[in-house]
Design a protein around this ligand. Structure first.
Ligand code: GKR
Ligand code: MG
Length: 423
């Protein structure tokens, strides 16, 4: 039997905003609002596929331009979707300001713009076939996808605002308390600390305190390239036996290779291997032991699965990267994680930091630190139109149009340094 094509009739693109916590990183600090773009690809009145992507204005403009070009396309024709997106946006580059996901090129920009449409089309394919997205990606190898507790140094609240429920974390005790809160609430069985905020010695102290408090949890540290090769090697020596991996200690593939040559733990990255063109050099130099997949910039779920397969061939482990996101992205990450035979590490997620904000009718929940694959066809999630409308009103009301951690940090600490490496 051949299933009749259901061509795309129209696409809705909705920018949204939601409150974000003052999380510190090498670029500065998260602004009070995070931005996302929600994509709904409609095939007639009944059938809709969901996607989610960044909300920064230059990216949003490209997503809107691409959306307008998709009417009439068959959601099973992903090559056609990609071709139309490419034709609609042309060879442009829209880098993000925070620079925490590596360099940008027109090729990477195309993949970032295509990704939410690919996810939405896979959601549609699942609805049409009556199968979950993980089946369309090749079948599930796990029923629940493990995520890690993602710790951040943070202020108690935004300047002039109330403290949030996690409070301040600016030293090892604060970090251990935050880990305790996240592990108790979500059951996470591994822990990642976002570093690059304080001098490396202080961050190593925090790792030691976490090891003492959580003897059985694998630990990771990620300073987003805030260190030189020499500093990275010193930290690698000081954290020997403490880390399951050290993530992006230093910039560039050759820089990472110089650290990897001597470090005893694997090096992970979401900053130096950020698209397929980076893989040959990274493999040739032995620069990385783990790549963090991120369908938002690798070009969707199928491209991420392809990347994971390449990693498998070269004996490179796979984890998953995140930025502030909502439930459509969490569902997409969960289906991808369920279908990846070699998801060798728990994935990252910012979900706890969104403090319950979501566009989903029924937000996904964590069971023992893992998200069970949503039931039902497609992504298995649906939008709550009232929540979407409220978050879209919030977007219209605020004046943030791009994520800019550095400018926000400098409004509080004018001499905040932008140079990387900083130590
Ligand atoms: O949310 O501040 C943050 C993170 O630093 C994020 O932007 C990074 O891209 O989580 C990311 C990472 O692992 O590098
Ligand atoms: Mg990282």
């Amino acid at each position: 039997m051949y299933v009749e094509a259901n061509p795309v009739t129209h696409v809705t693109v909705t920018p949204v905003a939601f409150p974000d916590a003052p999380l510190l990183n090498a670029a500065g600090v998260h602004q009070p609002w995070a931005l996302r773009t929600i994509v709904q690809v409609h095939c007639g009145d009944e059938l809709v596929g969901l996607g989610e992507t960044y909300g920064d204005a230059p990216h949003l403009a490209l997503v809107q331009r691409a959306a307008a070009a998709l009417s009439g396309v068959d959601p099973f024709d992903l090559a056609g979707v990609r071709r139309r997106v490419a034709e609609a946006i042309g060879a442009v580059d829209a880098p993000d300001r925070h620079g925490l996901t590596g360099g940008s090129t027109p090729a990477k920009t195309l993949l970032r713009v295509y990704a939410p449409f690919e996810v939405a089309c896979l959601d549609l394919q699942g609805h049409i076939a009556g199968r979950p997205v993980c089946d369309i990606l090749g079948g599930r190898v796990r029923d629940a996808v493990p995520f890690s507790a993602y710790l951040f140094y943070k202020w108690a609240g935004h300047p002039g605002g109330e403290p949030d429920e996690y409070g301040e974390a600016l030293d090892p005790d604060g970090i251990v308390a935050q880990a305790r809160a996240l592990v108790d609430r979500y059951g996470f069985t591994s822990i990642k600390l976002k570093g690059g905020v304080f001098a490396p010695e202080e961050e190593v102290e925090a790792i030691r305190a976490l090891r003492a408090a959580f003897p059985d949890h694998p630990l990771r540290l990620d300073p987003n390239c805030a260190w030189t090769v020499e500093t990275s090697l010193r930290v690698a020596e000081e954290t020997e036996g403490l880390l399951e991996y050290l993530e992006d200690p230093t910039a560039t593939i050759p820089g990472m290779a110089a650290v990897a040559a001597k470090a005893t733990m694997p090096l992970a990255t979401n900053m130096c291997v950020v698209n397929f063109a980076d893989v040959p050099e990274a493999v040739a130099l032995g620069a990385v032991g783990v790549v963090l997949a991120d369908h938002h910039y690798w070009g969707g779920l199928r491209a991420s699965a392809l990347m994971a397969g390449i990693c498998d061939t070269w004996g490179i482990g796979v984890s998953m990267h995140s930025n502030s996101h909502l439930g459509i992205s969490l569902a997409a990450m969960t289906h991808l994680g369920a279908a990846l035979p070699n998801l060798t590490y728990a994935a990252d997620t910012h979900t706890p930091w969104q403090l319950g904000a979501d566009v989903l009718h029924t937000p996904l929940s964590f069971v023992d630190g893992a998200v069970p694959v949503p039931e039902g066809p497609g992504l298995g999630v649906r939008i709550d139109p009232d929540k979407l409308a409220r978050m879209s009103e919030d977007y219209a009301r605020i004046d943030i149009r791009e994520r800019d951690d550095t400018t926000y940090m400098r409004s509080v600490q004018p001499d905040f340094p932008t140079r990387r490496p900083r130590w």
